[in-house]
Write a protein that binds this ligand. Structure first.
Ligand SMILES: [Zn+2]
Length: 112
């Protein structure tokens, strides 16, 4: 069996996409890492509050922290990748099955 994997250059992760978990909505908001200032406060579709700017609950504080740390890390990876003195690159590996539509695409290709 051939195992397929997708390798992503960590520095190429330039956009963070937030997807609403409401099954009737699934709207997305995208934020460019280079332009990020704060996580989106509301779903652009159903207007559910995602992270209020007032950070009222511990849960909201945790979500805000995680998103900000993610963006900070992505910016750090981009800086490192752009520095010719960095002696290594970071590449992330995705399991083929973790990519939505990949298995279906395989099946369709096999039937052709
Ligand atoms: Zn929504």
């Amino acid at each position: 069996m051939i195992e397929k994997r997708f390798i992503v250059n960590a520095a190429d992760l330039t956009v963070v996409r937030f997807e609403c978990t409401n099954p009737k909505c699934r709207a997305t908001a995208t934020v460019r890492v280079a332009e990020f200032s704060h996580p989106p406060t509301h779903c652009p579709g159903c207007r559910t509050e995602w992270i209020s700017p007032r950070l009222m609950s511990e849960e909201e504080k945790r979500r805000d922290f995680v998103v900000r740390e993610l963006v900070r890390t992505l910016r750090g990876l981009a800086t490192m990748a752009g520095d010719p003195d960095t002696p290594f690159r970071i590449r992330l590996e995705l399991d083929h099955d973790a990519i939505p539509g990949a298995a279906l695409e395989e099946k369709q290709r096999a039937q052709m």
